[in-house]
Design a protein. Structure first.
Length: 249
């Protein structure tokens, strides 16, 4: 009885091995079929205006005749953003049997700062988009800080110990954008964090600390600029602790 039981176990082990090998062969066949019959035959780029479709494809590293299924979309997305600073978001999708679609959205230059003998254009988040030899027109100048190692495609950094100043700069920049004021803002100065300065439509504004944006902008627009707009530009408005701005002609 013991010998009989041993033979039975041996046959069971052999059957299990055949099943495992069969499954492995099936997986290999499936792998080969996916690689051979779902090759990349077309790469489509959507949403790009600043860059050509070929620039996007070249930056992605996606190769024709590669497998649609084995495409590393995360790697391709990172490669595009690293190579092309104006690209804000990237989405890569597959359309069987062989199409890869790369959809991008692009950042817009909103402001600039001077550093290392050049001018650096940034988007609303502070991402550096471009190095320029001359100050760009139509953008807000950022003042009152020293940028550390500015490079295209990297976030503006003020270095260790300057996180509060960096937050004040970017938060105020974003608030001006949200309040539809940025396009008419000539400069934004964070030299003094207790007295953030900017010039809006010719009016010099001492904003106080970079906080309570909605309330302060409401006062500026509804109570002050409307009241004094007929007097022309050049006036100054200084934020007071009693939730008001003092007019200084």
């Amino acid at each position: 009885m013991e010998n009989y039981g041993g033979k039975k176990n041996t046959r069971g082990a052999g059957a299990g091995l055949y099943i495992t090998l069969g499954a492995a062969f099936l997986l290999l066949a499936l792998f080969l079929a996916m690689a051979l019959f779902f090759k990349i035959t077309d790469i489509t780029v959507e949403g790009s205006k600043r860059y050509t479709a070929q620039q996007i494809v070249d930056a992605s590293g996606v190769e024709p005749d590669g497998s649609v299924f084995f495409l590393d979309t995360s790697k391709a997305q990172i490669a595009i953003k690293d190579a092309l600073p104006y690209v804000d978001t990237v989405k890569i999708s597959r359309r069987l049997p062989g199409t890869v679609v790369i959809t991008v959205t692009e950042s817009v230059g909103e402001a600039y700062f001077a550093a290392e003998g050049a001018y650096w254009i940034v988007d609303i988040s502070g991402r550096i988009l471009e190095r320029a030899d001359a100050a760009p027109s139509g953008l807000t100048e950022l003042r009152g800080f020293t940028a550390v190692d500015p490079r295209e495609g990297k976030k503006l950094s003020l270095g260790a110990g300057e996180s509060v100043r960096q937050s004040a700069l970017l938060d105020t920049l974003a608030a001006l954008k949200d309040g539809d004021m940025l396009a008419l803002t000539a400069y934004l100065d964070v030299t003094n964090l207790s007295a953030v300065l900017f010039e809006y439509n010719g009016y010099n504004v001492n904003f106080g600390e970079a906080n309570e944006f909605d309330k302060k902008f409401s006062i500026l627009i509804d109570q002050i600029f409307v009241r004094y707009t007929e007097k022309g530009s050049g006036q100054s408005f200084i934020y007071q602790n009693n939730d008001s701005f003092r007019y200084s002609p």
